[in-house]
Ligand binder design. Structure first.
Ligand SMILES: C[S@@+](CC[C@H](N)C(=O)[O-])C[C@H]1O[C@@H](n2cnc3c(N)ncnc32)[C@H](O)[C@@H]1O
Length: 233
C-alpha cells in the first residue's frame, strides 16, 4: 500500500491535530485540476471508484475504507492503468471530516455498507445515519447527491424512512434495481459484495437523494433485526 502514490493512510494524530496536507487541497496538490470530487465510502476493493473513474474522466474519485487489504485491489488497478482521477484514503469514516474541507466534495456513493442491523450494534454506525449524514455536510457542496446501493432490507427501509422524515428530495428509489427497468451504465457496476448478495438471490435496492444544508434527524421508527427476525419497531 505504501508504494502506491494514489493511496493515503493518515494516522490518528494527523486527524486529531487537523494536519492532513491534502485537506482542502486534493485538487490543487493531487489531482491537479478543478474537477468535482466524488467519494465512495466503505469502498472495499473500490469497484465503484474505479468503474466511475473510467467512465467519467472529468471527475475525481476517492475510495475510502479502513481495510487496507481490500483497498489494495482498487489501488493496484488504478496504478497499473495509470488512472489520473483516482485516489484511496484509508481511514475510519468517523474521522472523515478531518480529511476534506468545506465544499470540497460533490457526491457520495455508499456501496453495500454494513447494515448494522443487529440491536447490539448501534444504528449510529450506519453510514446513512443522521450522525454520518450531518458529518458529511461539513465537506459537501450544497444539495449534494447521495447514492445508496444495498442488499439489506433493513438498511434500505431505514434510509428511506430517514429521507422521508427529513423531507429530502428523492431522485431515484427502487427496491429491486435489476427488475426496475432502470437501465443505467453506472448502476450496472457490480461490487464484490453485490455479486455475493446477488448469488444468494437477494434483490438490490438503490436510493439516490439530495442532502440539503439542514440538520438531519433520525426517523421515528427503529429498524433493527431481533432474534433472527427482521422487525420494525
Ligand atoms: C460490506 S463491505 C462493502 C465493500 C464494497 N463497497 C463492496 O460493495 O464490495 C463494507 C465496507 O465498509 C467498510 N467500513 C464499514 N464501516 C466503516 C467505517 N466506519 N470506516 C471505514 N470503513 C468502514 C468495511 O471495512 C468494508 O470494507
Amino acid at each position: 500500500m505504501e508504494t502506491f502514490s494514489c493511496v493515503f493512510q493518515p494516522d490518528l494524530n494527523t486527524a486529531l491535530t487537523d494536519s492532513f496536507l491534502l485537506k482542502g487541497k486534493w485538487n490543487e496538490l493531487f489531482f491537479k485540476n478543478t474537477n468535482p470530487i466524488v467519494l465512495e465510502l466503505g469502498c472495499g476493493k473500490g469497484e465503484y471508484t474505479i468503474g466511475l473513474a473510467e467512465k467519467y474522466l472529468e471527475c475525481n474519485f476517492i475510495g475510502v475504507d479502513i481495510k487496507g487489504a481490500r483497498m489494495w485491489r482498487g489501488a493496484k488497478t488504478a496504478t497499473e492503468k495509470k488512472m489520473p482521477n483516482v485516489a484511496f484514503l484509508r481511514t475510519r469514516i468517523e474521522l472523515i471530516y478531518a480529511f476534506f474541507a468545506s465544499n470540497e466534495v460533490s457526491e457520495i456513493w455508499l456501496t453495500f455498507p454494513d447494515p448494522q442491523a443487529n440491536r447490539k450494534k448501534r444504528i449510529s454506525k450506519r453510514l446513512s445515519s443522521s450522525k454520518f449524514l450531518n458529518s458529511y455536510k461539513s465537506f459537501l457542496v450544497k444539495d449534494a447527491t447521495i447514492h445508496l446501493k444495498t442488499d439489506s432490507d433493513i438498511l434500505y427501509a431505514y434510509t428511506a424512512a430517514l429521507v422521508e422524515k427529513n423531507n429530502l428530495t428523492v431522485l431515484v428509489n427502487t427496491s429491486d434495481l435489476y427488475k426496475s427497468g432502470i437501465t443505467d451504465d453506472i448502476l450496472s457496476i457490480r461490487t464484490h459484495y453485490e455479486a455475493l448478495f446477488m448469488a444468494k438471490g437477494q434483490n438490490i435496492k438503490y436510493l439516490k437523494f439530495v442532502l440539503p444544508d439542514q440538520e438531519i434527524v433520525e426517523p421515528d421508527e427503529e429498524f433493527v433485526e431481533k432474534e433472527g427476525l427482521k422487525i420494525i419497531e
